[in-house]
Structure formats: C-alpha cells, structure tokens
Design a binder for this molecule. Structure first.
Ligand code: NAP
Length: 290
C-alpha cells in the first residue's frame, strides 16, 4: 500500500510518520506493515495540498492508496487576517486530497478540530452536536469536513483538540519557556478542553484506516481540565517549583475568539469499541522519557 502523509513535518504528522516508518507504536504494532518506500511524507514545499493539480499528479504518479491528512493552516489568530489562506488549505486542500482518493478508489483519514464548536454547551460535545465555529480557523476546518465528505463519503474525520507532540512546539513548550524566564506562569481557569497527545491520535488514525468505518469521530484523550490545570500538571512534571496563577482568558486578548469550553466525548469510538485514548494526565506523563 502506498501511503501519503500530508503535513508530515507538523506535530501530528511527524508522529504518524514515526509510527508508519518504524512499524512500531507504544500501543502495539502498526496495522500497516509498510517499509519506508511505501510512505511518502513530503513537506508543504514539496506538495502544496492547496494546489489541486499537484495533489492529483502526486497521487496518480505515486499510486497513493491511503492519505493521512495532518496538513493544516493552524495559525488560529493569523487566520483572522488571512481567511483566504485558511480556506485554501483547511477547506480546499482537504477537498483536493479527498477528490484525488475518490478518483483512485483510495482512503482518506482527515483531521479536524474542537474549534468547530462554540463552547456554549458546557457538557462534552458528541459527534451529534451542531457546529457553530467562533473564528475563521474553525469555519475553514468545518468547511473542510463538509467538502471532504462530499468528495469522498467513505472518508474518516477525526476531530481532536489541545494537541501536543514530542516535537513541533505546543502549550507545554510555552509553559516551560515562561517558567524558566519569569518563574511564574499565569493560565486561564475559565477555558476548558482536553490536552491530547499526538501519539494517541496517530494510533487511532492508523486503526481507523484499517477498519471499514466512515464519517466524523471525536478523538481526544480522556477527561478534561482548564488551561490553568493543564499548566499546573506541566509544571509538576517538567519544571517543579514554578508558581502557577489562575487568571481569566480575557487577560490574553487575541484576534481570534476561542470557545470557553470545547471538551469532546469520543462517543462513536466508544460505541465501536475502538476508544483507546489514555486519560490526559497519563498521556502527558508519557512525554517525559524522551
Ligand atoms: N495544534 C492543535 O492544538 C490542534 C487542535 C485541534 C486540531 N488540530 C488539527 O490537527 C491537525 C494537525 O495539527 P498540528 O498541530 O500537527 O499542525 P502543525 O504542527 O501546525 O503542522 C501543520 C502541517 O501542515 C503543513 N501545511 C501547512 N500548509 C500546507 C499546505 N498548503 N500544503 C501542505 N502542507 C501544509 C505544514 O507544513 P510545513 O511546516 O512544511 O509548512 C505542517 O507540517 C490539523 O488538522 C489541525 O487543524 C490541531
């Protein structure tokens, strides 16, 4: 099987590439026993998913049978001033990959976000809940979901949240940097979600690709917390002794409005007996050994 990882240099894509290229994961063997030759992991300079012709030509030329789309324009604040770029990548780029797989009779496992919700529910969101994104990034990702399913109804879409990986920068790095430069970390106690390790998401992408399943799946670690509680756990694990002070999210004004509550329930994964996500604190502690 010829596999394309779009966005293979990002937090999630790099993790998926490590699993696919080694054939090993901390959860067990990869469902894909593929040598490196079968995995294509181009940078955005080598394959721009917003370029439809380039996507079709890459997939045809390399006989791609499965695409894992980890590529996205993830600058949530930047998207407010450059919606055209956000939609070109997150909506039409995703659509291009879906259309290329439709042409080839292939599969697409695409990744979306908790930011498709407005955060007003205050109970974990299931796949049945209505979407109402608050910002351009969320709207572009929601449009991507719709275009993907229209072009390739058999596609699988994982909505994840508060993602961090072993590489690629994240809230963990921000907290550690502030802890070492200022000695005190302020974090919002009125913004709730679920920190989710890229390893867990990558593992579920592989498992779902190997099954005959389709549609939207919520895919985050188990449990939930505020940004403040997340920062406290990061400090406890990585930089003990640093003071963490709770504050309001309004203390960090940003161009994009974020949902105050975007906890997802992995309802469909659970109903399929496929929810292998770890509790968020357990997954976070697994980052330490490397
Ligand atoms: N980060 C989060 O907290 C979070 C939360 C919820 C959902 N998600 C979703 O999870 C997925 C993975 O996110 P991530 O955090 O791993 O993202 P990331 O670290 O920002 O990486 C994004 C990747 O997309 C690539 N890319 C951007 N524009 C591209 C284009 N036009 N063509 C091809 N590749 C392009 C980038 O490549 P280059 O570096 O080569 O430009 C980069 O490798 C995305 O769908 C994102 O929306 C993320």
């Amino acid at each position: 099987m010829k596999i394309l990882i779009a966005g293979a240099r990002g937090r999630l894509g790099a993790q998926l590439a490590r699993f696919l290229e080694s054939g090993k994961t901390p959860f067990g063997g990869s469902p894909f026993v593929s040598g490196q030759d079968n995995v294509f992991a181009p940078s955005s300079a080598q394959l721009d998913i917003a370029d439809r012709e380039a996507v079709f030509s890459f997939c045809r030329g390399n006989k791609i049978g499965i695409v894992f789309n980890c590529a996205a324009y993830t600058d949530v604040d930047g998207a407010e001033s450059d919606p055209a770029r956000a939609f070109a990548v997150n909506a039409h780029g995703a659509e291009n990959l879906a259309a290329a797989m439709a042409e080839r009779g292939g599969k697409l496992v695409h990744v979306s976000t908790d930011y498709v919700f407005d955060g007003k529910k205050r109970l974990p969101y299931t796949e049945e809940d209505g979407c109402a994104p608050l910002n351009v990034y969320g709207r572009s990702k929601l449009e991507g979901e719709k275009l993907v399913l229209a072009a390739l109804p058999g596609a699988v879409i994982l909505r994840t949240a508060w993602l961090y990986g072993r590489t690629g920068g994240s809230f963990i790095d921000t907290v550690r940097r502030i802890a070492s430069s200022r000695g005190v970390v302020r974090a919002a106690s009125d913004q709730f979600g679920t920190p989710t390790f890229a390893e867990d998401v990558a593992w579920h992408m592989l498992r779902l690709a190997a099954e005959d399943l389709r549609g939207v799946f919520h895919a985050t670690c188990e449990g939930s917390c505020s940004r403040y509680e997340f920062a406290r756990e990061i400090v406890r694990l990585f930089c003990p002794g640093t003071e963490v002070v709770p504050c309001a999210a309004a203390e960090f004004p940003a161009p994009a409005v974020r949902p105050a509550y975007s906890v997802l329930e992995n309802a469909r994964l659970k109903s399929c007996g496929m929810n292998g996500f770890r509790e968020w604190k357990e997954a976070l502690s697994a980052v330490i050994p490397e």
